[in-house]
Design a binder for this molecule. Sequence first.
Ligand SMILES: Cc1ncc(C[n+]2csc(CCOP(=O)(O)OP(=O)(O)O)c2C)c(N)n1
Length: 409
Amino acid sequence: MNDPSRNAGAATREAGRLEVGAPMRRRSFLQGAAAAGAAVSLANQAALAEGESGFWAKDLPNEKLVDMYRTIVRIRWHERTMADKMASDPNYRGYNHFYAGQEAVAAGVCAALVNAGGVLKADLVYSTHRPTGHAIAKGVDMKKMAAENEFKATGLNGGYAGEMHLSDPDVGFIGADGMIGPGPVIATGSALAIKARGSRQVVVNFGGDGTYATPHFHATLNNAALLKLPFIYVLENNLYHQYAHYSYSCPLKDIADAAVPYGIPGVVVDGQDVFQVYNAAKIAVDRARAGQGPTLIEAKTYRYYNHWGAPGVKPGQLGAFGYDPLAITSFRPEREVRAWMQRDPVNIARDILITWGVLDRARADQIEAAAKQEAVEAFQWAAAQPNCREDGALKRVFTAGDVPPRQFG
Ligand SMILES: Cc1ncc(C[n+]2csc(CCOP(=O)(O)OP(=O)(O)O)c2C)c(N)n1
């Protein structure tokens, strides 16, 4: 995975679609981080090759770097708390897909976005059936989201959305989507609207490796490229869609290579290293804002829990393990799970920041303790909230005959 020759820049070079110029310049801090054992590789060579100088995380103010770490641990403890609840609390009403293991992708991408100002100013994020990490990184309120996941009246969307339709337009989190495929088509529609309006927003679509085999994935890249939309497809390759390895549905080793026929940059990034993800996202965002069109970023990552919820979870233990006869926890080798957990995004971010002198261990521990407390309190608050009412549900959906010909204006 860490062999840069396998990245999309190399593939792009082979295909001869985009001319690759000077090799990527790395700064000494990256060497320092490498010496500290952090993974440093797989940067966005295709985009850099197009003449951009790049924007490196190390140049950010300390507080912004610490914020990325904070986002990672806030997501981690949200997911752990939710997993424990799902596995052990019979009164828990949520049905969740956990993001633990993938935190650095959401944290790094959203750190490169504008996350406030509502739908007309914030950058927009379209999420998946695994939305909670994206939502937290985008700035969604954790308590309200926890309540929404339990279908509570005071939840983010009045309790009528649940995990799979969470949305918070105020922070540009346009929403989760339980359908694998159509989400990015809707996202490119937003990008076209932004372009037509002439605003400087950018649209990010998160999708899994499972989206590669859908026609929507290819239509999206084709149209985004043709129309030069301010659009970024962040494909989180966690190796599995549901219970099948991605090689069952994708002939490519690096899905970023799918950018080549559409003539756009395709970038492979180490999804366990938040600063590499940030660097790649920042370059893609700058391109998009400058009217240079879309980018496909493939983040190599891994999820620690099962495809969904509780199978294989033991409260207090990070990750899902164990064999069961239905094969729903044993679709992947345990040693693979444990190997990926050795490259944990929390540890990688913390070690890099300590190496850079931005954090010390005591402050890192404090930030993590605060994140844990926040998550516990969010779920406690959510549990005490009233359930949503059945009689209000239809007010929030379109029913036949009720849709006016024009929704706006
Ligand atoms: C159109 C459609 N077909 C099938 C499903 C069932 N389904 C839910 S998640 C999933 C796999 C998603 O895999 P991937 O995109 O790699 O995301 P991951 O779960 O790994 O995060 C499938 C097939 C669905 N939600 N929508």
